[in-house]
Design a protein around this ligand. Structure first.
Ligand SMILES: Nc1ncnc2c1ncn2[C@@H]1O[C@H](COP(=O)(O)OP(=O)(O)OP(=O)(O)O)[C@@H](O)[C@H]1O
Length: 603
């Protein structure tokens, strides 16, 4: 028999086997066929299976119970409420849908998360059409959210001039202040269309900037009179709230000079540290309060105190001028070993009045962009990057509570650390608004700040930076050591934090822990794996050199199993990344020393 006939015979035989045994395939017979034939046959069998499936489904549909079932299925459809649907339609500029939903009874006065209204959404997503309709339906153009932001504040912050114009024409009040006393203009960046429109409007309406400035000092005045009252009533000026914050912290952050002066004159502690070890001097330096920095130094504030991130006030100074002042103060204290009294003298040389009048006044603007502290510190993250090049991080013998006992000495020049401070948007699961666009916006914003790690609950998201970032040094590893095993809220998300947690979970749960690294080719799984191993190894006291040599060997072996160049990755590993940590009964050197072999790469 020719080869062709043999195959044909087999196919025939197989199809019979396939039909007569209810879709079962004679595997031996299949495998005896040449590859091409086998594939063709399998394809045919598969299509027969699909046909059979459809026939069975059709038969089912004809049966009586079908209608009932399909009705039941319909009930499972998710029905979003009108308020959610109208928000979604506004965000996606689905104008017809907005009109239809309003016709169907959606409330134009719907309150969105954070206390804003639909107009706030329009202002954020630049939806002028929807904004116009809503205003027509009587939505309050001056509605303020939980932080007293109006739609105008949002439109200015996002520079959406069409919305700014529309709100102005609709009679919006441009002088409404948010929780921090900022009017919408304060959020419009200089030179933008939104800023020009507002400035022209103010000019045309005869509102001059100096009276505005007067208006904004009202909050400071209120605090001043409250503080005076407190002191007169015998209250303590050094009282702390739950977060360790004193009145001096608040006044320094907001730049309320009279209040600060009054507090200092009444024995307020200039070195009071809040729960994150921030002093009033840190805050004044960070929020560009030059005059207050000088005033605090004159009252013997210590410029060498480190906050929880290991920063001195000079490290986080908002301007070069403030940094110079602080460095000068540090030099006096440390370099010349002079007493604090002589330091006082240095700053007393300058006239006191000057300090009170060096408010940053910008010609065409009330003051530079001032982001409400409560709104999000994240916009200031760039300013507060750790500037520790030239610092040595030495760890206390006890590893209790991450940063608390980590100290920095400015003498030794070592590795550079650049970590962002922990911020509220570190965990996307806690965002008040969870939509595709808000998540992507946050991730993109973080990525542009080199914040490549983000938590989503217990999951760590990494966006491959494709560049070296100084966030993997031994010093950073040490920062993430802690004995409690809980994620430290004062540190930003990091692969070391997850590694640390797994390490503790081994002991707590007494069973192996595993990391599942998932993502497309080139997304950084292999690198993440290395970082996990690195943290665990160094954590267990394995010396850096010894670790590198071991890791190199492990990787050489792994890569030998098949690395290949793909379109996305020059060195793509062709095995699944599944990292398992074993529990050692003796609770010792899990990963250190020879037990690095305990780390199983399950291929
Ligand atoms: N955290 C990081 N920092 C800087 N660069 C990184 C980081 N992670 C990955 N990269 C860069 O991206 C490249 C690809 O990363 P990696 O090999 O880890 O991807 P992968 O997800 O393992 O890909 P594959 O699935 O194809 O094996 C690395 O060679 C490195 O240049």
């Amino acid at each position: 028999m020719s080869h062709y006939h043999f195959i044909k015979g087999c196919c025939f035989q197989l199809c019979n086997v396939f039909r007569s045994h209810d879709m079962e395939i004679d595997q031996c017979l299949l495998e005896s066929l040449p590859l091409g034939q086998r594939q063709r046959l399998v394809r045919r069998m598969r299509s027969d299976q699909i046909k059979a499936y459809y026939e069975r489904e059709r038969a089912l549909q004809k049966q009586e119970g079908y209608k009932k079932r399909s009705k039941q299925r319909k009930n499972y459809r998710v029905n979003f409420q009108l308020p959610d649907r109208i928000q979604d339609a506004i965000i996606n500029h689905n104008d017809k849908e907005v009109l239809q939903l309003l016709k169907d009874g959606a409330d134009p006065h719907t309150v969105v998360t954070s206390g804003g209204c639909l107009l706030h959404l329009c202002a954020r997503y630049d939806n002028v059409f929807a904004a116009e309709i809503l205003i027509d339906r009587g939505v309050n153009v001056n509605h303020q959210d939980e932080e007293y932001w109006t739609a105008m504040h949002v439109a200015c912050a996002c520079d959406n001039p069409d919305i700014v114009l529309l709100l102005l024409l609709s009679g919006a009040n441009v002088l409404l202040q948010d929780v921090n006393g900022n009017i919408a203009l304060d959020y419009a960046t200089d030179g933008t269309e939104s800023s020009c429109i507002l400035l022209t409007y103010l000019k045309e309406n005869g509102i001059d900037l100096s009276s505005l400035r007067q208006m904004r000092t009202q909050r400071a005045k209120v605090m001043f009179s409250d503080v005076k009252q407190l002191i007169a009533g015998g209250g303590s000026v050094n009282e702390k709230n739950d977060e360790g914050v004193t009145l001096l912290h608040i006044a320094c952050a907001y730049g309320y000079k009279d209040v600060v002066h009054h507090l200092l004159e009444h024995d307020a502690d200039p070195d009071a540290a809040d729960n994150q070890y921030w002093t009033p001097l840190h805050l004044a330096a960070k929020y560009r309060q030059t005059g207050l920095v000088k005033m605090l130094l004159r009252h013997q504030a210590n410029p060498n105190i480190l906050n929880c991130n290991g920063d001195k006030p000079s490290d986080i100074a908002a301007t070069d001028c403030i940094q110079d002042i602080l460095l000068k103060a540090e030099a006096h204290l440390e370099g010349r070993k002079k007493s604090l009294t002589s330091l006082t003298a240095v700053f007393q040389e300058e006239p006191y009045e000057e300090i009170f009048h060096d408010v940053p006044v910008v010609a065409n603007k009330l003051r530079p962009l001032t982001v409400p502290i409560s709104k999000q510190d994240s916009l200031l993250e760039k300013d507060t990057m750790f500037k520790d090049s030239g610092k040595m991080l030495s760890k206390n013998c006890s590893q209790e509570s991450t940063l608390e006992k980590v100290t920095l000495s400015s003498k030794t020049k070592l590795e550079q650390i650049k970590l962002m401070p922990a911020a509220p948007n570190d965990d996307l699961a806690t965002l008040s608004e969870l939509t595709d666009s808000s998540l992507l916006y946050e991730i993109q914003k973080r990525f542009s700040n080199n914040q490549i790690y983000t938590y989503i609950g217990n999951i760590l998201l990494l966006v491959n930076p494709y560049k070296e970032l100084p966030i993997y040094s031994t010093l950073v590893t040490q920062l993430y050591h802690n004995i409690s095993g809980r994620l430290c809220s004062t540190l930003p998300p990091h692969i070391f934090a997850c590694s640390e947690r797994a390490y503790h979970m081994i002991f707590q749960e007494k069973r192996p822990q595993c990391f599942i690294l998932s993502g497309e080719s080139g997304s950084g799984k292999t690198e993440a794996c290395k970082h996990i191993v690195k943290h665990l190894a160094l954590r267990n006291g394995l010396s850096k050199n010894s670790f590198h040599s071991k890791l190199k060997h492990v990787n050489n072996i792994l890569e030998a199993f098949g690395h290949a160049k793909t379109t996305l990755n020059n060195s793509s590993s062709r095995f699944i990344k599944f990292l398992e940590l074993q529990y050692s009964e003796r609770k010792q050197a899990l990963i250190g020393g020879k037990s690095l072999l305990n780390l199983q790469y399950n291929l």
